[in-house]
Structure formats: structure tokens, C-alpha cells
Write a protein that binds this ligand. Structure first.
Ligand code: ADP
Length: 477
């Protein structure tokens, strides 16, 4: 079995703020079937060592970015974890990147340290385990492939971009503190418009760059989505690959989900129980005549939720309802409160993060809204497909790659699995919701669409095979 070291700032079930954690946590299991042994390296944030144990220290450095550091090998479930314990950097009361006062002031050093330790372990191995390849995720680990390159280590590396919006940009005064070699502060290295960018460093240094959908891979080469790094992506185009994320089908399975009344594509009737319970849970009209839509999302500009107030009126007037679960920016939470207050009994809101509730929502609602302005892959539309909750999505990134929008042609061909709108603006969303009302009114057509979505396979199998093929190609070079 070949070996790969995966390095990231979050991994399910230890720490999660978004889809990145789902992917990092799921890949080891998915790759095991492809004959690749993956270990996951993350920071030992507060509480992590309580979960994975302190019995097996495998690496240490007495003076590491301002304090002592060790790496412990442990496991959660079947996932082997290497946790970087550096209390001066990671043992904090807040979240992985910030606390109630904002981003930590030393994120540059914190994630340079993670990347440095990962690069050392990739180069030297630990306890007889030596990887054949390094796989780094996002800006937090972007320097890991870069350090390998700067040190002249020939080990192959992959960088996956889960979200181009976060680029690890810091002022050049941090070069020393991040242990970056000054001679690489130029456009072929980690320099970006006079700053450091750890994401750019990784994109330039890795042997292959992947992103989480084919469409997003193309979008990143354009100014509209590249967020300033489009030129860098174009320069690396020959090594860029789009590989869709999968869904953990043991956690997301309507036939066995303990949070709901189970059902399947062949036996949809119990779904109505979930719908009824969901309407009650959100205090919505128990006799809601039209489709019940949900939004399960971070409440931030990326997710396009600012379009909801202008788009939802017609939908509600046409008999629809909306249940929202999310947390995020204060303005967005306030805006959602206002929308809920405007349509009592029709729009319900829960501010917070709640996995169990999210399961009940996918199992009971008719429609999941994903109006993102950009979406690298997106998971909620996939949960929706699997749970018979029809996705209504913006035609960008992974949303465009995974949902087949209802058009006269796709309907005639019996292929549609949702509604896709473009351009991404309030008017287009409003029209998409009107179209949804019309589709829902045709019960037979709607049920056929629901079943089609449920039957598609969004498990990790296909994606894992693609990662494995990429790894093989790089290792063989
Ligand atoms: P992103 O990573 O940009 O937030 P994704 O769609 O890739 O978007 O992944 C988001 C993940 O977080 C999904 O698993 C989604 O169900 C979950 N999620 C987001 N907000 C909430 C919430 N408030 N409660 C429960 N789960 C949530």
C-alpha cells in the first residue's frame, strides 16, 4: 500500500467550520479502497488530544515558531491522525482561526508552523511511516508543498483549493517569523502583489493543483472568479484538475438516518411525516399548500443570501414556505430575522449550527436553495439530491456540475434533477422559484424528478478513484 500525508486545518469529526473538514475526514476511508493509506495531519486545537490520545508522540521540536511542539499519532474511528501539539499556537478557547474578537493576529505563524511540520514529516517520515506523496489543502497548508520545493525535496505534492476566497495573505514583514526563505519572495514563489500569499505559494510549488469541481477549475482561470489569482491559475493550467467532492453515504442515507422517519426512492410516503414534523419544528403553517424550501448555510455574501428578500415574495404568495438554518455575518442574520418577521407562518428561522436539525430539514423539505455567487463544490445540493429535496441552485462551480436544471429539453429527455439559474441575481432567483412552483404543481413530474435525484450516486467512490489515479501518476514520475 502506498502512503500519503494529508495536511489541513480541519477534519471531521475533530474540527469543522465548512466543507473542507468533510472532505479531509472522508478521503482516508475512501482511498483505503484504492490501496492508498492516508494519514491526516491537523493542529491539536484545544480538545483534539483528548479525542486521539497522547500515548504516541512521534515528532518533536523544542523551539518551534516560539515554543515547544510535538506531533502525536492517534486515531478517530478508522482515520489515523497526526496532531501538531504546539500549545502556544493552538491551545485556545476560540475557533480554529478566530475568536469573538476576530481573526487571531498570528495566523500567519500558526499555519506556517503546521506546513513546516508537515513538510518535515513528509520528507523524513515518522516512526517508520514515510509517505510517497504530500496532499495539502487550502491556504493553511499551502506552504507545505512550498517548503518541500524550497528545501529541494523531490517528494511529489498535490494542493487542493477548496475556496479561492481565502488566500493566506500577509505583509512581507512576516517572512522571517514564517520561516520563509527570502530568496523565494518573487512571482515564481510566494510573493503576490508585494505581500505573502501562502495559497499562491502552494499553487506555484505543488506538482498538481486540484479543485473540488471541474467547473470551478475553469472558473478560477477567469477574472470573475479567480480573485486575483487567475493569472497564476492560467500559468499552472496544465497541472490543474477538477475532482468533485463526494458525500459520506453512511451519514447521509435516508434509509438509515436515525434523525428522521426513514424512506427511500421506492417508498417515499414516510417522507410526508418528516415534512409535517419539520413544519411544526419551524412553526410554519401545517397546511402549507406549496413547496417547502430550506436553506442550510453559512450566512455570508458568498452564499447569495442577500437575494432572498427580493426573491422570496412571489414564492410565498404562490403557496411556498421557507425554513432557514444558519449562522454568520450579523447583517445577514438580521436580514433573515426581518424576512421571517415579514412572513409569519411561512418563513421560519433558526440561527445556529445544528447537524441533527439539518438532517431533519433535508428529509422533510421539498426544495433546497443554494443561490451561491460562487461555489467550489457545495455539499447541500448533494444532500438534497440524495434526500429527495430538489435543489434550486445558481449555475456556478460545483452546483452547475451536479444539478441538471429543468429546461424543456431536459424535461423531455427525463433528465432534470433540479432548477439551475443564471446569472446569479435576485431576478433570476425569483424566476427560478416561480418555475419551482410550476414544477411542483405537476405532481407526477415532480415525483419523477425527486426519484431521479435520489438514484444518482454521489458517494466518494468515483472521486477517490480520481485522486488515486492522480497520485499514481505523480509517484510514477
Ligand atoms: P461551505 O464549505 O462553503 O460552508 P459546503 O456546502 O461545501 O459549503 O459545506 C457546508 C457544510 O456545512 C455542509 O455539510 C452543510 O450541511 C453544513 N452546514 C452549514 N451551515 C450549517 C448549519 N447552520 N447547521 C448545520 N450544518 C450546516
Amino acid at each position: 500500500m502506498k502512503r500519503v500525508l494529508s495536511v489541513a486545518s480541519e477534519a471531521v469529526p475533530l474540527v469543522k467550520t465548512g466543507g473542507l473538514a468533510d472532505v479531509v475526514g472522508a478521503l482516508p476511508g475512501a482511498l483505503a479502497g484504492q490501496d492508498w493509506n492516508m494519514r491526516v495531519m491537523i493542529p491539536a486545537y484545544r480538545g483534539v488530544l483528548d479525542r486521539i490520545g497522547r500515548d504516541n508522540p512521534v515528532w518533536g521540536a523544542p523551539d518551534f515558531f516560539g515554543g515547544a511542539a510535538r506531533v502525536f499519532l492517534g486515531a478517530v474511528g478508522d482515520v489515523e491522525v497526526l496532531a501538531l501539539d504546539a500549545p502556544h499556537l493552538f491551545d485556545r478557547a476560540g475557533g480554529p482561526y478566530s475568536d469573538m474578537w476576530g481573526d487571531y493576529g498570528d495566523n500567519a505563524e500558526r499555519f506556517a508552523a503546521l506546513s513546516w511540520a508537515a513538510a518535515e514529516i513528509a520528507r523524513d517520515g515518522v516512526g517508520g511511516w514515510k509517505p510517497d506523496l504530500l496532499h495539502a489543502h487550502d491556504w493553511q497548508a499551502g506552504l507545505a508543498p512550498a517548503f518541500l520545493k524550497y528545501w529541494g525535496v523531490g517528494l511529489p505534492s498535490v494542493l487542493t483549493i477548496h475556496n479561492m476566497a481565502f488566500q493566506g495573505r500577509f505583509g512581507p514583514a512576516r517572512i522571517g517569523a514564517m520561516r520563509l526563505p527570502p530568496e523565494w519572495f518573487h512571482r515564481e514563489g510566494y510573493e503576490f502583489w508585494g505581500d505573502i500569499s501562502t495559497l499562491k505559494a502552494g499553487i506555484m510549488a505543488a506538482d498538481a493543483v486540484t479543485t473540488v469541481s471541474p467547473r470551478y477549475a475553469e472558473e478560477l482561470m477567469r477574472g470573475e472568479f479567480g480573485m486575483g489569482l487567475e493569472g497564476v491559475m492560467q500559468a499552472r493550467a496544465s497541472v490543474v484538475h477538477g475532482i468533485l467532492n463526494g458525500v459520506d453515504t453512511t451519514v447521509w442515507n435516508p434509509e438509515t438516518d436515525p434523525a428522521i422517519t426513514p424512506y427511500s426512492a421506492g417508498k417515499l410516503a414516510p417522507r410526508l411525516k418528516n415534512r409535517k414534523a419539520l413544519l411544526a419544528e419551524f412553526g410554519l403553517d401545517p397546511k402549507l399548500p406549496g413547496p417547502l424550501a430550506i436553506l442550510v448555510s453559512r450566512l455570508t455574501p458568498q452564499k447569495g443570501i442577500d437575494m432572498i428578500p427580493e426573491a422570496i415574495g412571489d414564492f410565498v404568495a404562490g403557496g411556498g414556505g421557507l425554513a432557514v438554518l444558519g449562522t454568520g455575518d450579523a447583517w445577514a442574520e438580521g436580514m433573515m430575522h426581518e424576512v421571517a418577521a415579514r412572513y409569519p407562518g411561512r418563513v421560519g428561522l433558526r440561527i445556529g449550527y445544528d447537524e441533527g436539525l439539518s438532517h431533519r430539514m433535508f428529509a422533510g423539505a421539498d426544495v433546497v436553495l443554494v443561490p451561491s455567487r460562487f461555489e467550489p463544490c457545495g455539499l447541500t445540493q448533494l444532500y438534497g439530491l440524495r434526500y429527495g429535496c430538489v435543489p434550486v441552485v445558481a449555475g456556478v462551480g460545483g452546483l452547475a456540475d451536479t444539478v441538471i436544471g429543468a429546461t424543456p429539453a431536459t424535461e423531455a429527455a427525463g433528465a432534470a434533477t433540479g432548477v439551475v439559474f443564471h446569472p446569479v441575481d435576485g431576478l433570476a432567483l425569483r424566476q427560478a422559484l416561480r418555475r419551482t412552483l410550476a414544477l411542483y404543481a405537476d405532481k407526477a413530474g415532480w415525483t419523477a424528478m425527486v426519484k431521479r435525484g435520489m438514484k444518482a450516486d454521489w458517494g466518494w467512490g468515483r472521486s477517490a478513484a480520481r485522486y488515486a489515479a492522480l497520485y499514481e501518476q505523480l509517484v510514477a514520475r
